[in-house]
Ligand binder design. Structure first.
Ligand code: ADP
Length: 190
């Protein structure tokens, strides 16, 4: 099963994607994490991406879609994957859908994680990543509202979107996601 974790910055997509990927035994693909590791390794991809990330802007689609689709091309993704942080605009959503269709698969289940804005900001300030300063956070929410949130309606039109309350401790939110997926994927309830 292909699963997309969708939601605003700071909602916990990365945390939940990692736990879920481990439980389901499928790869976790995060475009943000790929960019951050390229930055840390001083790779050209990182230098290019950093120019946008530091300002809270989207890395251009050409670059982002290439790294996302390359990751999905890995044989390990053949039996499913958890995608987090991609797609982040309609162009990316269309590129993803086309690539999956070409492979004979599709966007599977979209988990839409939610939390109130003040909670999101508090979490991000606490996390304190380089792009978690007040100004950059403000820009990231503007970009989310303008470019990323329309992707939800795109998914609603073609796929099943399940909204999950992202407020609570990590395990609690994880169990909500598992409960929502039960019936559509085999989840080990150990
Ligand atoms: P968060 O989930 O807190 O928003 P991410 O780790 O997903 O953080 O992303 C961090 C940054 O990486 C984004 O602000 C953006 O600059 C870049 N990025 C990640 N995914 C994408 C994407 N799909 N398209 C464009 N830029 C992206």
């Amino acid at each position: 099963m292909n699963i997309i974790l969708f939601g605003a910055p700071g909602v916990g997509k990365g945390t939940q994607a990692a736990i879920l990927a481990e439980r389901l035994g499928v790869p976790h693909i995060s475009t943000g994490a790929i960019f951050r590791s390229a930055v840390a390794a001083g790779k050209p991809l990182g230098l290019e991406a950093k120019r946008y990330m530091d300002d809270g802007l989207l890395v251009p689609d050409e670059l982002t879609t290439r790294i996302a689709l390359d990751a999905l091309d890995e044989p390990a993704c053949a039996n499913g994957f958890i995608l987090d942080g991609y797609p982040r605009n309609i162009g990316q959503a269309e590129a993803l859908a086309a690539a999956l269709t070409a492979k004979g698969t599709s966007v599977g289940k979209v988990i839409y994680l939610t939390a109130p804005l003040d909670e999101l900001v508090e979490r991000m300030l606490k996390r304190g990543r380089v792009d978690d300063t007040e100004d950059v956070i403000r820009t990231r929410f503007e970009v989310y509202d303008a470019e990323t949130s329309p992707v939800l309606n795109y998914f609603r039109a073609i796929d099943h979107v399940t909204e999950i309350n992202g407020v609570g401790d990590v395990d609690e939110v994880h169990e909500r996601i598992v409960a929502a997926l039960n019936g559509s994927v085999q989840v080990d309830n150990a």
